[in-house]
Design a protein around this ligand. Structure first.
Ligand code: HEC
Ligand code: HEC
Ligand code: HEC
Ligand code: HEC
Ligand code: HEC
Length: 476
């Protein structure tokens, strides 16, 4: 059959429809990729969905196509063998096919490795983690305000090394499926809660030295009262951070030889009935039980070793308490401090249970304007732009902390660094945790901070220190 002599072996090999489909997919992906080359080189796309297409969908099509070609060849094996036997110059046919496959393989390896490299790189970006995957929107939004905004999500959420990477990818694939099939919990579990958090030794301690001494830190907390005048007060604390052999807050839990373990009753670790302190340098072990807890309680509950993230659990994406958020907005000038009752009314408005984000957008600024129109028509008329700005600031606070579609609201994710909004330090330091011989985990205020002023209008100490304007950031 003469036409067979004309037909190159390569066409014969890929004559099965599966191979042809594969070749078409590879070509399609290859061209799409070339077309998008500029964005590829940047490794970043403006729009998160274009990112998803470029760095995830195209590579998937490319590799699927590549895999189909040999499958088609195997499927067509019988027919290929029959036709091959009829070829006159099999040697030359093999050589031509070999060269063709060689060149194509080299090109595919080149394009393929680029695709893989770029897509792996893309999946580590804050954009991919926080924006493409809308369920992470609360953390993405909070991360923008955090001192760690330059630290990528993957730095804390993926353990270093190949196994950590693989584990994260497998986890991520499962999460992606849960999102696609709408099976994910709302709100999604806290990292400590799901027990999937990478240990602080592999994350925080890569950048922060755990034994470093940090001197006392001045902490001022500015608040405004629920009065017409929004009277301003300051609390001034000197935090005894310490570290290493110098004791203090860090040294007490993480100093040389110190290991603290605790058992938690609930998944968010807010109730802690059992604590064990061990200092292997000094050879001491003390076991503390919360009053009423059974001595064998640790045997029945999960036990954890204390690490940075037990206190700094919201280091990268901290959500605020409503009154603190409004206080911060007043201090930083986003809300005028002399609008009557702006603190009280503002907190009330952002605490309302709005059905959707759109609902909040329509109601928060307009309700504030209505409040002034009804109660202070004078101010509503003369200071319309201040009222408008305050309304917008309140809406922004709401949108940074409440995500109705994901059931994330005030207090969903507790911050353990402190003891006023959440149990925090007092989960253990509550004077109820005691050893058999009645030693307790201290609640002595000055062990953790010198209280230099408590809710004072204009504390002497700030004048002495020459600290005039203060501002409280989000607690990390
Ligand atoms: C500096 C380290 C760090 C960085 C950077 C970081 N996280 Fe986290 N993340 C944590 C810790 C610690 C927790 C555990 C919080 C808890 O359980 O209270 C957590 C928990 C989470 C959770 C579980 C829900 C929750 O809020 O507890 C999600 C989702 C999450 N992070 C997403 C992100 C995303 C998206 C980014 C990037 C925009 C990011 N994280 C960046 C440390 C980090
Ligand atoms: C990739 C490096 C990196 C990692 C990982 C990292 N940090 Fe940081 N962290 C920084 C840098 C840089 C700053 C200083 C940011 C600034 O002051 O603007 C910082 C600041 C802080 C601060 C001070 C915040 C403030 O209010 O000024 C705390 C607390 C902190 N980190 C704790 C943690 C904890 C806890 C973890 C682990 C969950 C962690 N960091 C992981 C680099 C890192
Ligand atoms: C027992 C709870 C606890 C543990 C565990 C802990 N910290 Fe802290 N850390 C604190 C407190 C409380 C402060 C003071 C916060 C303040 O200034 O209000 C602090 C302060 C800091 C600061 C200085 C913040 C600043 O404003 O400059 C850094 C950085 C920090 N911690 C990092 C870490 C790292 C890294 C680890 C783990 C190696 C860790 N901490 C473990 C409670 C803890
Ligand atoms: C999981 C339990 C637990 C939590 C939570 C906890 N601690 Fe501790 N803390 C301990 C234990 C145990 C000791 C050591 C007790 C001993 O010496 O036997 C300790 C000791 C201390 C000391 C030294 C006290 C002294 O006697 O001088 C300070 C300071 C301290 N913690 C601060 C904090 C701060 C601040 C927080 C919150 C940010 C906190 N702790 C949260 C368990 C905890
Ligand atoms: C185990 C350590 C610890 C003990 C004990 C402790 N505190 Fe605190 N306290 C903290 C930490 C941590 C913060 C948070 C500081 C920050 O904002 O970063 C805090 C914050 C505060 C604040 C500021 C509250 C606010 O609205 O922000 C006050 C007031 C306060 N403590 C009072 C006390 C008093 C009074 C006692 C004694 C009964 C006490 N604390 C005992 C660790 C402790």
């Amino acid at each position: 059959m003469p036409e067979h002599q004309e037909r190159p072996l390569i066409l014969l090999l890929t004559s099965h429809w599966v191979s042809m489909l594969g070749a078409a997919l590879v070509t399609l992906a290859g061209f799409s990729w070339l077309f998008a080359l500029p964005a590829n080189i940047r490794g970043h796309a403006q729009n998160p969905y274009i990112g998803l297409l470029l760095f995830v969908a195209i590579p998937m099509v490319f590799f699927a196509g590549l895999a189909l070609i040999p499958i088609g060849i195997i499927l067509a094996k019988r027919r290929v063998e029959q036709e091959f036997a009829t070829l006159p110059d099999r040697h030359a046919a093999w050589r031509r096919a070999g060269i063709f496959f060689g060149v194509m393989t080299a090109a595919n390896v080149l394009i393929g490795s680029q695709l893989t490299y770029r897509s792996v790189e893309h999946m580590e970006t804050v954009q991919f983690c926080g924006q493409t995957c809308h369920v992470m929107n609360p953390e993405f939004t909070a991360h923008l305000l955090a001192p760690h905004q330059q630290v990528a999500c993957a730095t804390c959420h993926v353990a270093p090394g190949a196994t950590g990477w693989l584990k994260a990818k497998m986890n991520g694939t499962k999460q992606l499926m849960d999102v696609v099939f709408n099976k994910f919990p709302r709100p999604i579990e806290g990292g400590l809660e799901s027990n999937k958090l990478v240990s602080s030794a592999a994350t925080c301690e890569q950048c922060h030295e755990s034994q470093v001494f940090i001197g006392p830190e001045l902490r001022t907390i500015t608040k405004y009262k629920d009065e017409a005048a929004n009277t301003r007060t300051e609390t001034v604390l000197m935090m005894q951070v310490g570290g290493g052999r110098f004791g203090g807050i860090h040294g007490a839990h993480l100093g040389p030889g110190v290991h603290i373990r605790y058992a938690a009753q609930d998944k968010t670790r807010q109730t802690i009935p059992w604590v064990e302190y061990r200092n292997i340098e000094k050879g001491v072990t003390r076991t503390y039980l919360a009053s009423g807890a059974k001595p064998d309680v640790a045997g029945t509950l999960p036990v954890f070793e204390m690490q940075c993230a037990d206190c700094h659990n919201r280091a990268a994406h901290s959500f605020e308490a409503p009154d603190r958020a409004v206080d911060n907005a007043i201090t930083t000038g986003r809300i005028a401090p002399d609008l009557p009752f702006v603190k009280k009314t503002g907190v009330e408005l952002i605490k309302v249970n709005y059905q959707t984000d759109e609902d909040a957008r329509q109601k928060i600024p307009s309700s504030l304007a209505n409040f002034y129109q009804q109660k202070y028509p004078d101010i509503a008329a003369k200071r319309a732009s201040d009222v408008q700005a305050a309304g917008n600031a309140l809406l922004a606070i709401y949108q940074h902390n409440v995500f109705p579609d994901l059931k994330v609201t005030w207090g969903t994710y507790p911050n353990n660094l402190g003891h006023t909004d959440n149990p925090g330090c007092f989960r253990c330091h509550d004077d109820s945790h005691a050893t058999a011989d009645k030693k307790t985990i201290t609640q002595d205020c000055s062990a953790c901070h010198q209280s230099l002023a408590m809710d004072e209008a204009s504390p002497e100490i700030l004048k002495t220190l020459g600290v005039a304007e203060t501002s409280t950031g989000v607690r990390q």
